[in-house]
Design a protein around this ligand. Sequence first.
Ligand SMILES: Nc1ncnc2c1ncn2[C@@H]1O[C@H](COP(=O)(O)OP(=O)(O)OP(=O)(O)O)[C@@H](O)[C@H]1O
Length: 259
Amino acid sequence: MANVLEAQNISVQFGGLLAVNNVTFNIPNKSIVSLIGPNGAGKTTFFNVLTGLYKPSAGKIVYGGKEITDLPPHKIAEIGIARTFQNIRLFGLMTAQENLLVAMHSHLKAGITSTILRTPKQRKEEREAEAKAQEILDFAGVGKWTHEFARNLSYGDQRRLEVARALALNPKVLLLDEPTAGMNAQESQVFIDFINKLVSERDIAVMLIEHDMKVVMALSQRITVLDQGEKIAEGSPDEIKNNPRVIEAYLGKPKGARK
Ligand SMILES: Nc1ncnc2c1ncn2[C@@H]1O[C@H](COP(=O)(O)OP(=O)(O)OP(=O)(O)O)[C@@H](O)[C@H]1O
């Protein structure tokens, strides 16, 4: 299957620390893939490279056949790679709808003059943006909260609103950094169903970093494991579950075991 995004031989150095060491990671079209690994393995650093926040010290990133390694974060978002963050970063005192409209703003076409004069063209564009925001909110299952302040939504709904905001950019790739952290089992299940629906109904691929193995196993077609910056395994959920190197990275070497 063709890849929408390819990260080839990526390394990231912080001073003397090699946080990501020669990692190649591809995201096939319309797939759900995960990046897992113990704390400090380099997962978030790798995400930050994919979204342009960090420049890799080596390697390159190719999206839709074009190299994008040196693009700044806003350009990367604009061309179709959207993300959510480990900590919720919604505008709490804006409504759910306003959170999406702010994200969509960079895509609106009306110039500054028509914005000030509120020309018919601009009003039409606003109405279209509101309709699109509503369609995405409905799709994400938070449509009933259109005019509610984001901070008043339940934790699970805030997480889905974050994804909805990322979807407002029409991404081809959605990167989710620990999307179910802090959710209870029921909220996680709703989220799993939502992501499955997203990928089956839209032309989008999802990559997630996640500590909750139940979520990882339920969603992923492929799992990649990092440990101390290195890729130590890659495969289907069943292959990863039974991989001795992965078990060792998570649980440590049994006492008395030989190297
Ligand atoms: N900006 C930075 N400057 C220096 N070192 C950093 C920076 N960001 C991360 N690191 C270091 O790089 C390594 C990888 O960190 P990273 O946050 O990517 O791991 P992670 O796998 O996302 O961990 P967690 O699961 O705890 O979020 C760690 O040793 C971390 O301390």
